[in-house]
Design a protein around this ligand. Structure first.
Ligand code: FAD
Length: 437
């Protein structure tokens, strides 16, 4: 019994990521945990494993510890969107044009980094450049997306282009939007296959990757770091924290800076090919312009639609899963009303790591390295910053990144419990509805 009881669920629907059907993260248990290691990486997702690959290639003795199975966190649950971040330009402008330019340049480098790692390590993960279309919810938003492209083009070359409503059906078979912006360089990936391939590559290169290995009690001790893994004492010369949205209480400094935010996704049952061709004529990555984000894509085999949006209740009870899936399905039906006749085969959710300035951060906290805070754009950026911070740990020039130069902000009265999220989602939802009135 899946516990997913609602008429729109398929009989065999499950509350696990669609991606796990092909690549379920599996954990090795912690029996052979070492008592010392040169480098300890806490968290076995894109960040931790990309770092492990760089460090192991450099000959370091590396141990990756994941509290669950390696890849179990956001890295095997995400939408698999992987793109050059034109959208980051505006966010980064809070630090001026130079930082904004570097942020966009690094987003291109991130995408290239993933392509390189996948090719070099021979990872079979359905990585494909397919393009991306963001639909404007109102004519005014369409104009503002156009102005954004103009603004970026004045600073750097930009291949994003506007698609008017009259041409929109070439991008997406929906009447919801008033045109939108197309970004041709965008890619899609099967995230669970990618993270599994990273773990295999790290192991091949000599890194030890442990599952069921929660790290606690991290502290400095006699010029090294000491911590416990499932109650056992371990020492390491260097430590990288790569826990992003699952960081919890490991370091109070991070607790005050990383905001865990929930995102839920549904996958449809397999749809008729002619319907898929009409709804997703380019088989590309898609989203709407709403502040409370909705993103969707075809499954890599082009047979299903996968759609994600914000969810607040991450308890994972049957009741909350059904309520979340009902909400996410309503977003799907708003775009494609004809999908009311089709069932949902999977619902799942995961935790993103947000930051108060909406930018990722690379930091060193009392000698402990950290990379994270990808704000929902970690497929490329976690991979990239995992490899950058590893180079930083090696003392290489390749460790430089714009995200290492920015102050990492917190807010008064924030201590790891995002009490303001329901309020923020309500507020931004209201602004979205106001835009569309
Ligand atoms: C539902 C969802 C959809 C998303 N969609 C996209 C998308 O389409 N495109 C995109 O670019 N980004 C997307 N993201 C964001 C992206 O998935 C993340 O930014 C990225 O996976 C972060 O990787 P990570 O390795 O830093 O963290 P994670 O993959 O979250 O890994 C952190 C790991 O740390 C482990 N851990 C935590 N505490 C401890 C501890 N004390 N000891 C040991 N291990 C510990 C956890 O078990 C976990 O496996 C999405 C995220 C979610 C949740």
């Amino acid at each position: 019994m899946s516990g997913l009881n609602a008429p729109f669920f398929a009989d065999d629907a499950v509350a696990t990521p669609f991606w796990w059907d092909a690549a379920r993260p599996n954990g090795t248990n912690a029996d052979d945990i070492p008592s010392t290691t040169e480098v300890a990486i806490i968290g076995g997702g894109f960040t931790g494993l990309n770092a492990a690959i760089v460090l192991a290639r450099a000959g370091k003795q590396v141990s990756v510890f994941d509290a669950d199975a390696p890849g179990w966190g956001a890295s095997s649950r995400n939408g698999g969107f992987l793109g050059p971040g034109w959208a980051f330009f505006d966010t980064a402008m809070q630090h001026g044009e130079d930082v904004a330019r570097r942020v966009v340049e690094e987003s291109f480098e991130s995408l290239q980094h993933v392509k390189d790692v996948v090719a070099r390590e021979g990872i079979d993960c359905d990585l494909k450049v397919v393009g991306y279309f963001k639909g404007a919810m109102t004519p005014r938003i369409y104009d503002s997306l156009g102005r954004n492209i103009d603004r970026i083009s004045k600073v750097m070359p930009c291949d994003a282009y506007m698609v008017p409503r009259s041409e929109q059906h070439k991008e997406v078979g929906s009447d919801l939007y008033h045109g939108g912006v197309a970004m041709p360089g965008y890619a899609g990936i099967h995230p669970a296959k990618y993270v599994r391939g990273l773990a295999e590559a790290a192991r091949r290169l000599g890194a030890r990757v442990f599952g069921q290995a929660r790290v606690t009690d991290l502290r400095q001790a006699d010029g090294t770091f000491a911590f416990k893994v499932q109650g056992r004492d371990v020492r390491a010369r260097q430590v990288l924290i790569a826990t992003n949205g699952y960081s919890g209480a490991l370091l109070p400094y991070l607790k005050r800076r990383i905001i865990p935010v929930g995102s839920g996704l549904v996958a449809t049952e397999e749809l008729p090919p002619e319907l898929m061709n009409r709804l997703m004529p380019k088989q590309q990555m898609l989203a709407g312009s709403q502040r409370v984000v909705t993103y969707y894509r075809p499954s890599p085999d082009g047979k299903r639609i996968i759609l994600g949006g914000r969810v607040l209740d991450m308890s994972g009870t049957d009741r909350s899963n059904v309520a979340n899936a009902t909400y996410i399905r309503s977003l799907l039906l708003r775009i494609f009303p004809e999908l009311a006749a089709y069932k949902i085969s999977h619902y799942w959710h995961g935790q993103l790591g947000f930051t108060f300035d909406h930018l990722p951060h690379v930091d060193t906290i009392d000698g402990v390295y950290f990379a994270g805070g990808y704000n929902g754009t970690g497929v490329a950026r976690a991979s990239w910053l995992g490899s950058r911070i590893a180079n930083r740990m090696l003392g290489n020039d390749d460790g430089r990144t714009v995200y290492g130069d920015l102050a990492f902000p917190s807010r008064p009265f924030y201590n790891g419990k995002p009490w303001f999220l329901p309020l923020a989602v309500w507020y931004y939802g209201m602004l979205d509805r106001w835009d569309q009135r």
